[in-house]
Design a protein around this ligand. Structure first.
Ligand code: SF4
Length: 347
């Protein structure tokens, strides 16, 4: 059955830029149903991804959060405390993945890291690297190393021109210096336990290249020119939402990009979709299937749960077996080798 590409969301949470773009594109839900034996229901909550707010020292071109220095949304201490309580009660949730904005600018960031590490959980900091050079952040690299925080740092290219084009003039030099600071503390080096992964996303409306080959190129270039080492490279696809979607719309390329994503649908990526094993929490405590749905205000299916906010529920397990809410932007996760916060989903 063919239908308009918008589906599975309430009117107030519709991804408006994609509605009716191309009626010939099969809905994501239909495509998954016809291609996979895996139902799109959550299997577990291995990872709790927490978006602590939209405040950032940068305003990057492809940021799906539309974060920037002028945003004011920030997670409160009350919400942060409830997250730690739920984490303590949910033994299956092994990882607290903290994102933003620039998450380190939230006044509760360090407290959350300390609490989650004391509970024995892995903590991921999704770091833009340039935040190290903001006032009051001088000791941040040392703090991350002391608590063995897994740093996942965005670096959309290994050349200054491409990085500065996406993230602002001068950001490449600061990012390189940030990586060197992390390396000096042992990040990315064998036997230190300090993991440093990098994130690549395309500089436009195209799919990422093969992850393994690009990782080799990054390692070679960064080592040769800057003496930088890191663990793994994650390739991410730009999802057609918010700032990126708006820029495609303005240049008349949104339909073409949706056809690229849907035309490269890869059923082998479906079992690895991150929404099947994580929950995403917004700065105000609402619960979503992933950070992308969060930005589209598509709240999680709560038919198995006692509420839509972490202030209402008893346990993260209430969302195990819940149906995943999908729409056309989900094609970004299943195109080609697939895409997730941990990189490609299939070789
Ligand atoms: S955007 Fe990706 S991770 Fe989010 S619900 Fe869709 S398929 Fe799942």
């Amino acid at each position: 059955m063919k239908q308009a590409i918008q589906e599975h969301s309430t009117p107030e949470s519709s991804p408006p830029n994609l509605v009716g773009l191309d009626p010939a594109i099969v809905s994501f839900e239909e495509r998954v149903k016809s291609s996979s034996t895996v139902p799109l229901r959550r299997v577990s909550v291995d990872t709790l991804q927490v978006n602590v707010g939209k405040v950032s020292n940068q305003a990057c071109l492809h940021c799906h959060v539309e974060a920037g220095p002028k945003r004011t949304e920030m997670m409160s201490r009350q919400v942060a405390e409830r997250i730690i309580e739920l984490l303590a009660e949910s033994k299956d949730t092994k990882t607290l993945d903290i994102t933003g904005g620039a998450p380190e600018l939230n006044e509760n960031f360090r407290w959350m890291v300390e609490q989650a590490r004391a509970l024995g959980r892995e903590v991921i900091d999704r770091c833009n690297l340039t935040v190290f050079f903001e006032e009051g952040m001088e000791d941040l690299p040392n703090f991350l190393a002391r608590h063995q925080v897994h740093v996942v740092a965005s670096l959309p290219c290994y050349t200054a021109s491409n990085v500065d084009a996406q993230r602002g003039k001068g950001s490449f030099d600061k990012s390189i210096r940030g990586l060197q600071l992390l390396n000096e503390l042992g990040y990315g080096k064998a036997d230190t336990g300090l993991v440093l992964d990098l994130v690549y996303n395309p500089g436009g409306a195209f799919l990422p290249p093969a992850q393994a080959q690009l990782e080799d190129q990054y390692k070679e270039e960064l080592a040769e020119h800057f003496g930088i080492v890191f663990n793994s490279l994650f390739t991410l696809t730009n999802l057609p939402i918010r700032r990126f979607s708006d820029s495609l719309s303005r240049t008349g390329k949104l339909g073409e990009y949706m056809r690229l994503l849907s035309g490269n649908f890869n059923a082998a990526t479906v079992p690895g979709l991150m929404c099947l094993s994580q929950l995403s929490i917004s700065w105000d405590g609402l619960i979503y299937d992933c950070d992308f749905n969060q930005m589209l205000e598509m709240e999680s299916d709560c038919s198995t749960a006692s509420g839509t906010s972490i202030l209402e529920i008893e346990s993260l397990d209430e969302f195990v077996s819940a149906e995943i809410r999908t729409a056309a932007h989900c094609y970004g996760c299943t195109a080609g080798a697939g895409s997730s916060c941990g990189g490609a989903l299939s070789g």
